[in-house]
Design a protein around this ligand. Structure first.
Ligand code: THU
Length: 132
């Protein structure tokens, strides 16, 4: 599946965003090497800290089905913002552990698209290596 097609799938996921507080809608789609797709959308809460971001939702869905970093080929994250929506700090920390560092991450707002990876998005990581 091309990056363009994966972005389209992430926009489908965005349709399920529950964002009554920010009105900022995010969708994500994780493509696994066996072709399986996992979708996520941002799900907000009146207790704002209970909000879950789209990209964490998608990757957690993959992990919940037993897929691991080596099984995931690419992740698209899209939003309806004025510019490309970059993953928040919490997502960068979480995804730095759950995705391979050089796995393509495709960001788009429908107008601009950028392909990046965790290595670029989140250098100097705190990780399990620090806990040995
Ligand atoms: N959001 C995401 O889904 N992913 C990010 O990486 C950035 C922020 C969501 C959380 C919240 O529902 C809304 O965008 C505004 O912060």
């Amino acid at each position: 599946m091309s990056h363009e097609e994966l972005v389209k799938e992430a926009f489908k996921a965005m349709e399920n965003a529950y964002a009554p507080y920010s009105n900022y809608h995010v969708g994500a789609c994780a493509l696994c090497k066996d072709g399986t797709l996992f979708y996520g959308a941002n799900i907000e809460n009146a207790s704002y800290g209970g909000t879950n971001c789209a990209e964490r939702s998608a990757v957690f869905a993959a992990y919940s089905r037993g897929y691991r970093k080596d099984d995931i080929e690419a992740l698209a994250i899209v939003s309806d913002g004025k510019r490309i929506g970059y993953p928040c700090g919490i997502c960068r920390q979480v995804l730095s552990e759950l995705l391979n560092q050089k796995m393509p991450i495709v960001l788009s707002n429908g107008q601009e698209t950028l392909v990046t990876d965790m290595e670029e998005l989140f250098p100097f990581q705190f990780s399990s290596e620090d806990l040995d």
